[in-house]
Design a protein around this ligand. Structure first.
Ligand code: ZN
Length: 348
């Protein structure tokens, strides 16, 4: 195996531009895992009930900050779940209470999306209000009425249309999984970007159903073909500022995964950085690792450079079988890198 990276190196503290932090006891259990690895995080709003207004948004932020404890580098960037019924005034109040983005879930597309948007066209006025408030539009880009492997590609014309109708709206196509999504994001103007997860960079549909069924890596959008994974890898390792890290880390209890009605989502927060370092050492460069995890996303979101850095050391450890009652990606397997606690960049 090639070892192009030094055995010890430092990076600015990485950010995670797509994260699920749950509620109540799960929130208390899983926020510290995320805060151990990441600085600024885009917090998804698909709680029950969802984050829809400035009150629930502020309350959720408070709960997250309490759960994070002694992690002064950890900054939740809040989102709200878009409804057709959001007025321009409601969007303005969300922006004033510190929302960074709104998330568009097509109805039925994924976990807790039964109350998503059924008629995307009816949300056009919400997008206009978000553009006026300079909020970012995060899109779960799947058409739930299509065949499962075609859902993302079937949704791409809608992304194209939103981007052309709202040229000043910053749009993030979340957790992209296909070569065609990569192509569209590259073709659209600079206001359109995409997040890529670590599991979609590493795995294909084979990981879920190629051998024995593995519900712990089942997610939406589902992983696709090898050529799609390769397109994602090329995008992540490219010079394009449009592709950056969003883990979509989503803890589901074992019982909700090993079930006749298993939930979609992969828990990656504790292993994402070791796996990404390993991936970029094999397929990219130190510069592309840094750009993907620490630079491009924060620039797109207009977040300042981190005041913190982390030192990574080539030192193998075995991923625990569970975190709480959640099975993480690579459970029971070795990963090659450990991370220090984040420290303030001297002179920063
Ligand atoms: Zn998600």
């Amino acid at each position: 195996m090639s070892r192009q990276f030094p055995d010890t190196f430092s990076l600015p503290l990485p950010d995670d531009f797509h994260l699920h932090l749950r509620q109540d006891e799960a929130l208390l259990r899983y926020v510290p895992d995320a805060a151990a690895s990441f600085g600024r995080v885009i917090v998804m709003p698909n709680t029950t009930p969802p984050i829809r207004d400035e009150h629930s948004l502020s309350r959720y932020r408070e709960q997250i900050m309490t759960a994070a404890g002694d992690a002064p580098w950890f900054v939740p960037l809040m989102t709200f779940k878009i409804a057709e019924s959001h007025t321009a005034d409601a969007v303005r109040r969300l922006a004033e209470s510190g929302a960074t983005a709104g998330k568009l879930y097509p109805q039925g597309a994924t976990t807790n999306a039964e109350d998503g948007v059924s008629d995307i066209r009816a949300a056009w006025p919400v997008f206009a209000a978000m553009e006026a408030q300079d909020l970012v539009l995060c899109i779960h880009g799947e058409d739930p009425s299509s065949f499962v492997l075609d859902r993302e590609d079937a949704f791409l014309p809608i992304v194209d249309q939103i981007a052309s109708d709202f040229p000043r709206l910053r749009i993030v196509l979340e957790h992209i999984t296909t070569a065609r999504a990569v192509d569209l994001v590259l073709r659209l103007p600079d206001n359109v970007a995409a997040t890529i997860t670590v599991h979609h960079l590493l795995l294909t549909l084979d990981a879920i159903i190629g051998g024995f069924l593995n519900p712990h890596v089942f997610c939406k959008p589902v992983m696709k073909r090898p050529e799609d994974r390769e397109a994602l890898a090329r995008a992540a390792c490219s010079d394009s500022p449009k592709f950056f890290f969003g883990s979509d880390s989503a803890p589901h209890p074992i019982g909700a995964k090993e079930s006749s009605c298993g939930c979609a989502g992969v828990y990656t927060a504790p292993v994402a950085m070791p796996l990404l370092i390993d991936f970029f050492e094999r397929h990219g460069t130190m510069e592309s690792l840094r750009a993907f995890c620490c630079e491009r996303g924060r620039r797109f979101y207009r977040v300042p450079p981190s005041d913190y850095e982390v030192t990574y050391t080539r030192e193998a450890w075995t991923v625990p079988a569970t975190y709480g009652d959640v099975v993480p990606l690579n459970a029971g397997r070795a990963v090659s890198w450990t991370a220090s606690r984040p420290t303030i960049i001297s002179g920063g």
